[in-house]
Design a protein around this ligand. Sequence first.
Ligand SMILES: *Cc1c(COP(=O)(O)O)cnc(C)c1O
Length: 617
Amino acid sequence: MASMYAVYHGPDGLRAIAAETAAKAALLRDWLVDAGAEVVHEAFFDTIRVRVPGRAAEYAAQAHDGYGILLHVADADTVGISVDESTTVGELHQVAMVFNGKQERAFAVMGGRNALPDGLLRQDEYLTHPVFHAHRSETAMMRYLKSLADRDYALDRGMIPLGSCTMKLNAATEMAAITWPEFAGIHPFAPASDVQGYLELVDQLEGWLAEVTGYDAVSLQPNAGSQGELAGLLAIRGYHHANGDANRTVCLIPSSAHGTNAASAVLAGMKVVVVATDELGNVDLGDLRAKIAQHDDELAALMITYPSTHGVYEQDVVEITTAVHEAGGQVYVDGANLNALLGYARFGDLGGDVSHLNLHKTFAIPHGGGGPGIGPVAAKAHLAPFLPSHPLAQRAEHAGGFVFEGGPISGAPYGSAGVLPISWAYVRMMGADGLRRATAAAVLSANYIAARLGEHYPVLYTGENGRVAHECILDLRPLKEATGISVDDVAKRLIDFGFHAPTMSFPVAGTLMVEPTESEDIGEIERFIEAMIMIKAEADAVAAGRWDVADNPLVNAPHTAVSLIAGEWTHPYTREEAAYPVHSLVAGKYWPPVRRIDQAYGDRNLVCACPPVEAFA
Ligand SMILES: *Cc1c(COP(=O)(O)O)cnc(C)c1O
């Protein structure tokens, strides 16, 4: 949204918006000075501060109650006022009246007015790329956005079977409410009287999440799963501190863990000690006991993901959590994989002391493109006093509390509150029975894929009953050995078949981790299975010598339209085999916009499309 704002307005538009904003702030300053108010700064852009000794709260209340305007109470003696391009002159007038300004303001001449020091005004050119100059009408902007969307592979085209990152349907009814001004137009620090609806929603959702996880307290403040991890680990540290156990700083993390786990532990000031996993993908109990004994009274916590990132329910989870507790440690259960448990089992009952959930995975908030997410942290009663708080939280019980090393975990008391209605609606509409059935469908679908594809690609890890949880890891290393076709080739070839690739080489290199979720129906799942079986047959054809190892539909995938029609076709397979490996694609095909670009080269080397540094000399 922010980048498209810049694309639409361009440098001239942004400058005009800024000039208008600065002019409004300057006009307000003039009116306030006129009314005898003491404006603190001479130079400012969009925000002014007014000194009102001892009466800041009183002025804020007058503005709020009289006009519905929120002034910022900076301290007991100062209020802050910000304006932007949406502020009207009428509103400026209302603010002036709060400070006993004139009743009558027929109209105002703002043009050119500002309180910006000349020396700070920007003189150079910015946003010079053509994209910031090309789309100036709503029609043009709409078409630009559509052209970007057409290059994208999203859930509106087909399955995105990314294991460990649940990409499920974000239903229209769940999404609708976040556009309502009652949710979208609220400032995070609005007074409690203005946000009763939000608080009720927060209350209910916290209660539901506590109920389904078996914990006693929930904080919705963290903006991501990783931030929830940090909050949970800080709670553990706070608890140890309060018990006089400041030396407990060692965090045990199995080698299969999501990368965020170790990063969060380091951020929380802990020392990471890795615990091995056995050949079945489970935590190695012997190694766990050894590490516990070795670190003894330094043990702070074990971070464990359940079901594991290997996609299996570890049979020994209770034995594991008990061992940690007996040694005085706390158990952090990474709850991002709740899609495999919801309605059937609860982290609290498995021995967890604290967990985060990913509302932007299990609870239907869209999360492609980086957020906003919500990673609530949920804990047993003994850790509840150490969960995030915020001095400006609208509910008293969230406003105080214990703040361990550095205060609130995010800038707003209820984090990404604007997208909470999505998860609220998901739970409310699914109900207890619906959530249970969703879990059942997700786990059944993953097992169906594992069973159907198992004879073509070995399933790397299963539980003792031979089943997986909500995702399965297909081992492509044997295929590579037998045919030379790599996991990259298979992932790219899936694009030709009209699929987003599954998670590749995580948590095990050379594998694909597939998670269908409950959102995919049997038709789409069969389409995926068919594609994977055909790709295996193509790889076998390479091994059998039908196609050259260096020139076949797999190593050349994905095929763009240009690559198929430009110039002479010299490959040993046909264009139809390249673009339409299954007939159903003829009716509607996703055309990739680009071919392979040097694999990981671009990730490891900064490729800059901007002018070279010398150009600025
Ligand atoms: C996604 C995920 C996380 C991190 O969540 P973010 O919201 O991306 O920070 C942590 N652990 C597991 C197992 C995950 O799948």
